[in-house]
Design a protein around this ligand. Structure first.
Ligand SMILES: [Zn+2]
Length: 260
């Protein structure tokens, strides 16, 4: 089982990153993609990935929250980092109109820049979209025929949004959001509608702790070791055999990111 979205460079992991990875291995996680939110983050992700090239891969890119940090140098720097062997996608990039830490104009510009890079370098795109579906799709659509592969990570949209993504062959990343009895109710109903060849799973750790796990610690920090719990929930919702589904999802992950 591979965790395709771990914010392993996040400061919440700075004190015990080694233990977090150890717990993940013990829980049966056979590899992870470290996702980046800024250019400096991207450099750090690559550094961590180099420590075990058979276990870690990473993305390079700028999250919509940090679109305001983008400059010409960011593009040049990302172009350089793409050549690192551990880099498997551009991202996470996209739009977030829920928090709007950067202006919409900045977010749109930085999203377009990174789509262009993905096309230019023939790299998969690792996408984030929150409360911005219409704008997001209108920017992305014209590029789709030229994009190698696309993952919309941490999908939290509606049924019609999901259907549109699937129509355009966008793969869907599912997180522990579905384990939240309140926020995850709508999404849980959509899980059986995702074709098994379009489905990927991720924790988005340290975010999105699966709320139905009883944890003694008050921290409630999410970790990759909770991925099997998400996997079980997904299989249950789809009434699928967990072993078969896990294998399919591993294949999807390897195909989408061209993992060796
Ligand atoms: Zn995200």
């Amino acid at each position: 089982m591979l965790d395709v979205g771990v914010n392993l460079t996040h400061e919440k992991f700075s004190k015990d990153r080694i233990e977090v990875v150890l717990r993940a291995r013990t829980a049966g996680i056979t590899g992870m993609i470290i996702i980046s939110s800024t250019v400096s983050d991207s450099r750090q992700s690559i550094m961590i990935a180099k420590q075990d090239t058979k276990y870690f891969w990473c993305t390079v890119g700028v999250h919509p929250h940090y679109a305001y940090t983008w400059s010409k140098e960011s593009r040049t720097e990302i172009c350089k980092l793409i050549n690192e062997p551990s880099v498997v996608a551009i991202g996470e990039c996209g739009l977030d109109f829920y928090r709007s830490f950067s202006t919409r104009k900045q977010q749109v510009y930085v999203f377009q820049e990174q789509i262009e890079l993905a096309v230019e370098f023939s790299m998969p795109l690792f996408l984030h979209c929150r409360d911005a579906h219409q704008c997001f799709m209108s920017i992305l659509k014209p590029w789709l025929p030229n994009l190698r592969s696309v993952l919309l990570h941490c999908f939290t949209g509606t049924r019609s949004e999901l259907e549109l993504c699937l129509e355009y062959d966008i793969s869907i990343g599912v997180t522990g959001w579905i384990c939240d009895p309140y926020r995850g109710r709508e999404l849980s109903k959509l899980i059986p509608l995702i074709p098994s060849n379009r489905l990927l799973i991720e924790t988005d750790a340290p975010w999105l702790f699966p709320k139905d796990i009883q944890l003694v610690s008050a921290k409630k920090r999410n970790e990759p070791c909770f991925l099997p719990h998400i996997m079980e929930t997904v299989a249950k919702l789809r009434k699928d055999d967990i072993t078969e589904l896990s294998q399919k999802i591993i294949n999807n992950t390897c195909n989408l990111f061209h993992l060796a």
